[in-house]
Design a protein around this ligand. Structure first.
Ligand code: FES
Length: 146
C-alpha cells in the first residue's frame, strides 16, 4: 500500500509534443493561468516520439507520475504519430499495471495550441490522481556503493 500524506507534492514528468501541447502549456503561461507547479516538461517533436522506456526511466529516476500529451486525433503534424502513441500508451499502461504501477500515475491527453485552459485542467487532474496514490517507490534504482 502506498504511503500517503497530506503534504505530498508529486513530481510529474510531462512529455509534450512541440506543435500542440507544448504550445498549449505555453499559452497557459502567457495567459497567466495558474496551474500546479509539480510538472517538469520535456518537449518532443511528436507524441509518437515517446518511447515507453522514457516513461520507465522517469519513474525509476524519481517521477511520481508521467503525462504524455499531444495533438488531437487527426491533427498530428506527422499524420499518424499520435495514433501510434495512443496504441503504445494503452499497451504500456496495461504492462505497468501488471507490474503494480497504479494507472493514475501514467496519463495521456490531447491538448491543442489554443487550449491553455484545458492544459490547466489536465495538470490538476494528473496531480490529484497521483496524490491519491501517494509517492512512487516501486522502481527506484538502488544506489550502489562502489
Ligand atoms: Fe503533435 Fe504528433 S505532432 S502529436
Amino acid at each position: 500500500m502506498a504511503e500517503k500524506n497530506s503534504d505530498f507534492e508529486p513530481n510529474i514528468v510531462a512529455f509534450l509534443c512541440n506543435w500542440c501541447s507544448y504550445a498549449g502549456a505555453d499559452l497557459a503561461g502567457t495567459s497567466r493561468i495558474q496551474y500546479p507547479s509539480n510538472v517538469r516538461v520535456i518537449r518532443v517533436m511528436c507524441s509518437g516520439r515517446v518511447n515507453p522506456l522514457f516513461v520507465m526511466n522517469a519513474l525509476q529516476q524519481g517521477a511520481d507520475g508521467v503525462l504524455i500529451s499531444g495533438c488531437h486525433p487527426g491533427d498530428c503534424h506527422y499524420m499518424q504519430g499520435n495514433y501510434y502513441a495512443r496504441r503504445r500508451f494503452m499497451l504500456m499502461r496495461n504492462f505497468l499495471e501488471y507490474l503494480g504501477v497504479e494507472p493514475e500515475r501514467v496519463r495521456m491527453s490531447w491538448v491543442s495550441a489554443s487550449e491553455g485552459a484545458k492544459w490547466k485542467e489536465v495538470i490538476e487532474e494528473v496531480v490529484s490522481g497521483v496524490k491519491s496514490v501517494g509517492p512512487m517507490n516501486k522502481f527506484q534504482r538502488r544506489q550502489l556503493n562502489w
